[in-house]
Design a binder for this molecule. Structure first.
Ligand code: AP5
Length: 197
């Protein structure tokens, strides 16, 4: 029997770049578990947990939730995973998170396999996010509180200040692959697949 190997993929890219969309498909087709920190946090908010109540104003303002909370969430998700076959969507977002993830992965003997960086111009990102908010309203769903133009621009600024340094972090470790994130979802997916080891 062939043993399934560890695989760790980290999606990097600004808000609205398509990380969640592409990670979902890669997880389905590649037999990987998608870990989306945004989804985990929004689920806590929706369920009104203590953590959800604490982080709601932070999400609504487009700021980052403190590193210790995120690192603890990820440690829990990875605990006992064997083999480690995961896609991270939205984590890590700071250098401290990246360093903590490296330590967790080292303990598990599962090094990072690939870091696709989805690149999309700022104005296209804003359009995508605002459009998602509009469509949610039109279809009677609850839009994400951070899918307004004002908060989306704040999220872009936070990305530039706190997450962009990870491009150098992973670039220096030879994992980073630049991917043009403009085009149909199929086109972007094919480009991502072309970067996978
Ligand atoms: P999170 O949920 O991670 O949001 P985000 O990174 O801001 O990104 P989005 O989900 O908006 O975009 P995406 O790149 O996943 O694109 P998507 O596929 O959705 O984080 C939310 C908040 O949680 C943060 O602001 C922070 O407060 C907190 N948080 C989360 N993780 C944290 C962490 N590690 N540390 C601290 N705080 C954290 O696509 C966007 C839209 O575009 C969709 O409508 C989609 O249909 C559309 N689209 C996708 N691809 C295409 C395409 N090729 N063409 C046209 N449209 C497309």
């Amino acid at each position: 029997m062939t043993q399934r190997k560890n695989k760790v993929v980290i999606f990097l890219g600004p808000p609205g770049a398509g990380k969640g969309t592409q990670a979902e498909r890669l997880a389905r087709e590649g037999g990987l578990t998608k870990i989306s920190t945004g989804d985990i946090l929004r689920d806590h908010v929706a369920r009104g947990t203590e953590l959800g109540r604490r982080v709601k104003p932070i999400l609504d303002a487009g700021q980052l939730v403190p590193d210790d909370i995120l690192i603890a969430l990820i440690r829990d998700r990875l605990a006992g995973m064997e083999p480690v076959r995961v896609i991270f969507d939205g984590f890590p977002r700071t250098t401290a998170q990246a360093e903590a993830l490296d330590m967790l992965l080292e303990e598990l003997g599962a090094p990072v396999s690939a870091v696709p960086l989805l690149e999309v111009p700022d104005e296209v990102l804003i359009e995508r996010i605002v459009e998602r908010g509009r469509q949610a309203v039109a279809s009677g769903q609850t839009p994400r509180a951070d899918d307004t133009e004002e908060v989306a621009r704040k999220r872009q600024q936070v990305y530039r200040e706190q997450t962009q340094p990870l491009i150098d972090y992973y670039g220096g470790r030879s994992h980073l692959r630049h991917v043009d994130g403009v085009g149909t979802m199929d086109e972007v997916y094919a480009r991502i697949m072309g970067t996978m080891p």
